[in-house]
Design a protein around this ligand. Structure first.
Ligand code: SF4
Length: 707
């Protein structure tokens, strides 16, 4: 019996005493399991379907642990928004259930915090003087120094937020700075947050920050870190760690990168100048530093301009792959141009040499001009060089991986400014295992961490092998709350393999007709999820007239704005792409009808996708069964999960891809959805179910079919 469980049970007892509390046995089951894992310091995988209340189920045991033992726990979730939700909502609520509070902190990237030096220290470019006054006033009273806090302050002052457009980029903490020699260091929001995080027993952050911390430790042989030492890692939305790790380990070299490299060096020069700011600054030394930085920028720019890349196909082409035999595989063979890699390699190696030269020349300048600097000035310059050094080291290492990838694929593709060279690993499991899982025990959790009822896919892809696995049952009564519509075979033709395929128009017209009928059935209240932008626009063109319905379409406004409009206007319809398949939350009547237009199979068109398929081919494995289909099943589960968000929600799901009925994998996909839902193949039968269930379960709607 876990000793933490007693403390957690007491917290649950306080929760149960609160008015309106809804008892969730699965939440207690999960909390008990987490207690055991934390106490034994063992890793685990948890699938907790929507409605379990998984954040509270990990927060209560975590708080109990750090109150009873001297441990540090990091809790990571996918995005900044989700991390802020943990920080501002879930964590304070969980803490309120304990008689005492441990130290807690939120840790985010530098650019989330305002830089006092930028706000107070210099003239802000193109910022209205009255806004500068407000910024300075805010910086004196702000607690955390994050953008949401500034927005709230300006709102209270009656300042329209549009005045702030482009301002945050100017006042955000730079990627590196002079830190300890900055006059605002002691009150700096970013470094204060770092100090709080270093002291805190529980740190809330996002996946990108956890991964960057691991990359910094790797690049500096554990000499530097962002999160300091911690004992246990909890990863919420763990299915997104795959994408997050790919993004953290990928690297792009393009015009934008060259500009940011030059800007980084210029910031180094400026920070050295600022660190030496005094009544009698060593001007000769400062000018020498600026000259070196300018020459560095000029040489980097020339290196880019001298690299003449020929015309590239729109999806790009692979130039180097490791292991090398992947280049021989059918998936990659025809989209592989190794001769172009010489250009990429030469540019990457030139930039690496320039970075080394810059640091050597700066160090030499400090030596040769040492008599112009006081001891304090010399140590200030050394401090600035040290602060910028990890950033340059990381860029140097990334350029090395692009030039000579140890594992992964390099490719070149057209970009808005000329072209871009990219590197991405094909497998992140080994890296995650070495740099996260071997360092400390971890618990990965998500509403969708199994495929076909097994954790195997994520175990293989994320590299965390553990026998401790918990799969909780669905919380909602899908049998009563939800009905599934799969049209008869022949109602909609097979989806075209590409937009120009013969009969593509026939498909879009049939799809639009079915969607129109479904939208009329629920008088809007629908989320329609597409697998491609082209298909979304084609369907919109072919849609029959729906005079009373407001159609919102992804791309017409920001996702946040569209989500807000959709939630507020109950009869609206939202056409969405990938970003609405996961994490979108619209509980209640406004989302009563979910339409999944097509099974979202990834078609291997980009060099990365082709190389990934080649990786399976080289091992004699079936890429479709081991990669494409599991990902499609996962996305279908996630898309499906948008409909029922709470126990009073009720609605219909239509999956309009005829392959659900004509292919064997259709049944497999179905088996990954909650069991027990009634399935209909005609709109009349669906309308009948709706009339019975929407009237019964959502009387406040006023009767859907009567409208
Ligand atoms: S320490 Fe760095 S981030 Fe903080 S105020 Fe100074 S320059 Fe800005």
């Amino acid at each position: 019996m876990s000793h933490l469980w007693g403390t957690v049970e007491a917290a649950f007892a306080r929760l149960e005493a609160q008015p309106g509390f809804e008892m969730r046995p699965v939440q207690r089951d999960m909390a008990r399991f987490v207690c055991e894992r934390l106490e034994s310091q063992t890793s685990a995988l948890v699938e907790a379907p929507t409605g379990v209340g998984k954040s509270l189920a990990v927060l209560l045991p975590t708080i109990a642990l750090v109150l009873s033992e001297k441990k540090r726990v990091v809790i990571s979730t996918y995005t900044n928004v989700l991390a802020e939700q943990y920080w501002r909502k879930n964590l304070p609520f969980a803490l309120s259930l304990f008689p005492e509070a441990p130290s807690v902190a939120l840790a985010m990237g530098r650019s989330r915090y305002a830089c006092l030096d930028a706000i107070r220290g210099k003239a802000l470019q193109q910022v209205r003087p009255e806004l500068v006054r407000y910024l300075r006033e805010w910086s004196a009273v702000a607690q955390e120094g994050v953008e949401a806090e500034l927005d709230e302050f300006l709102r209270r002052k009656g300042v329209p937020l549009r005045f702030k457009q482009g301002v945050w980029e100017q006042i955000a903490a730079p990627p590196a700075c002079r830190a300890r020699v900055c006059p605002y260091y002691q009150s700096c929001f970013y470094y204060a947050a770092r100090r709080r995080a270093a002291q805190a027993s529980i740190v809330i952050t996002n996946h990108a920050f956890v991964l960057t911390d691991a990359i910094v430790r790797q690049a500096t042989d554990d000499k530097l870190s962002l999160l300091d030492d911690y004992d246990y890692l909890i990863v919420d939305e763990a299915h997104d760690l795959l994408d997050a790790a790919g993004s953290a380990l990928e690297f792009d070299l393009d015009k934008e990168f060259i500009d940011s490299l030059i800007a980084y060096a210029a910031t180094l020069g400026n920070q050295i100048g600022a660190a030496l700011d005094s009544e009698k600054p060593p001007l000769g030394f400062i000018l020498s530093v600026q000259k070196l930085v300018e020459q560095f920028g000029q040489r980097c720019r020339e290196a880019w301009e001298q690299t003449q890349m020929p015309d590239l196909p729109s999806h790009g082409t692979a130039t180097r792959v490791a292991p090398a035999e992947l280049a021989e595989m059918p998936a990659l063979r025809r989209a592989y141009r190794p001769e172009l890699h010489a250009l990429v390699e030469h540019l990457a190696q030139t930039l690496r040499a320039e970075i080394r030269t810059l640091y050597q020349e700066l160090s030499q300048t400090v030596q040769t001009m040492r008599d112009q600097l006081t001891d304090a000035e010399r140590s200030a310059v050394t401090e600035v060089l040290q602060q910028f050094s990890p950033g340059f080291a990381q860029i140097h290492a990334n350029l090395g991986r692009l030039a000579e990838p140890p594992e992964g694929v390099c490719w070149v593709e057209p970009a808005s400014e000329e072209w871009r060279a990219c590197f991405e690993p094909l497998q992140v499991a080994a890296w995650l295992n070495q740099h996260l899982w071997q360092k400390r025990p971890s618990l990965l959790m998500s509403a969708t961490l199994t495929i076909d009822g097994q954790f195997d896919f994520f175990v293989q892809q994320l590299g965390l092998e553990t026998p401790c696995r918990l799969q909780l049952p669905p919380v909602f009564n899908y049998r009563e709350q939800c009905a599934l519509y799969l049209p008869h075979v022949g109602v909609i033709p097979e989806p075209p393999s590409h937009p120009q395929a013969p009969r593509a128009n026939e498909y879009y017209a049939a799809l639009a007709e079915q969607i129109g009928a479904l939208l009329r059935l629920t008088h809007g209240r629908a989320l329609v999820l597409f697998a491609s932008r082209h298909e979304m626009h084609e369907v919109a063109k072919h849609l029959p007239p729906l005079p009373d319905l407001r159609i919102l379409m992804q791309g017409d406004s920001s996702n946040a704005d569209l989500s807000k409009q959709f939630r507020e206007d109950v009869h609206s319809v939202l056409f969405g792409l990938r970003s609405f398949w996961t994490g979108f939350d619209a509980p209640g009547e406004t989302l009563s009808n979910l339409i999944l237009t097509r099974i979202p199979f990834e078609v291997p068109t980009t060099p990365l996708q082709r190389a990934r398929h080649a990786w399976f081919e080289a091992r004699g494995e079936d890429a479709f069964r081991l990669w494409t289909l599991p990902l499609a099943k996962l996305q279908m589960r996630q898309g499906f999960g948008r409909l029922i968000r709470r126990s009073t929600d009720v609605g219909i799901v239509a999956i309009l891809d005829p392959r659900m009925r004509t292919r064997a994998y259709g049944t497999e996909i179905l088996n990954n959805l909650p069991p027990g839902m009634p399935i209909f193949d005609s709109l009349d039968a669906l309308a009948h179910w709706l009339a019975q269930h929407m009237e019964h379960l959502a009387p406040a709607s006023g009767g859907l079919l009567s409208q």
